[in-house]
Ligand binder design. Structure first.
Ligand code: DC
Length: 222
């Protein structure tokens, strides 16, 4: 635990994809000795499981029989029937299905409940689309990270490349703007700037610079 911060805070980081949330949330949680909860990975886990389901089923029934587990000791790892699927959930197909399944109320209820249970005692950094608006509207500190869409697409493209996923920049851009629309225009838990959130535009700012700004806010609260 960071000596400067005495309280076990609940910190949320929301924003669109490619704004740098995951890297920053991971680094911030490390700096504070907090647990990092990547809620996007949880939505991706459900999407992966649904994509590979053995029987046709409505989403409610599917969730009832779903054997999925999350481990937060070193980032967010996802296990389906005890198999670690944390790497397999990063493909473009899972990305796209996660975006559409995350519009379904039973899926949101299922994951929001787990996220609240893990985070309620504090000492957590939650990262996603609705962590400061729906999951923990009373969080101690809320951040909203944003960046120029061109830069976000470039970052996502580089990330895919580093994982050997061969998707062109134009396609990444197209998928991203579709996903931005899905995430922001859906009727339940849309991506919004949560009330009271600190808004940070990360365009052209290096990661250390962003972490510095976040830590300053955290120290003021902790
Ligand atoms: O952050 P990500 O790209 O891994 O998230 C995958 C999808 O999950 C994204 O399209 C939207 C959805 N999601 C969500 O609806 N709510 C969250 N708190 C986190 C992610």
């Amino acid at each position: 635990m960071n000596k400067d911060i005495e309280k076990k805070l609940i910190i949320t980081i929301d924003g669109p994809s490619g704004a740098g949330k995951s890297t920053i949330a991971r680094m911030l949680s490390k700096a504070l000795g907090y647990v990092y909860i990547d809620t996007g990975a949880m939505y991706r886990g459900i999407a992966y499981a649904f994509m590979n389901r053995r029987q046709e089923a409505e989403i409610d029934e599917f969730l009832e029989h779903l054997s999925i587990r999350f481990n937060f000791t070193d980032g967010t790892r996802v296990f389906l029937e005890d198999r670690d699927i944390s790497d397999e959930i990063r493909t473009p197909e899972v990305t796209s299905l996660a975006s559409s399944l995350s519009q379904k109320s039973p899926v949101r209820q299922y994951l929001t409940k787990i996220q609240r249970e893990i985070g309620r005692d504090g000492g957590v950094v939650l990262e996603g689309r609705d962590t400061g608006s729906i999951v923990f509207p009373d969080a101690d500190i809320k951040f909203y990270l944003d960046a120029d869409p061109e830069e976000r697409a470039r970052r996502r493209h580089l990330e895919f490349k580093s994982k050997g996923i061969d998707t062109g920049l134009t396609e990444v851009k197209k998928d991203m703007s579709q996903r931005d629309r899905n995430d922001s225009e859906r009727s339940i838990a849309p991506l919004i700037i949560p009330e009271g959130a600190v808004y940070i535009d990360t365009t052209g700012i290096d990661i250390q610079g962003v972490i510095g700004v976040l830590l300053k806010h955290v120290r003021e609260k902790g």
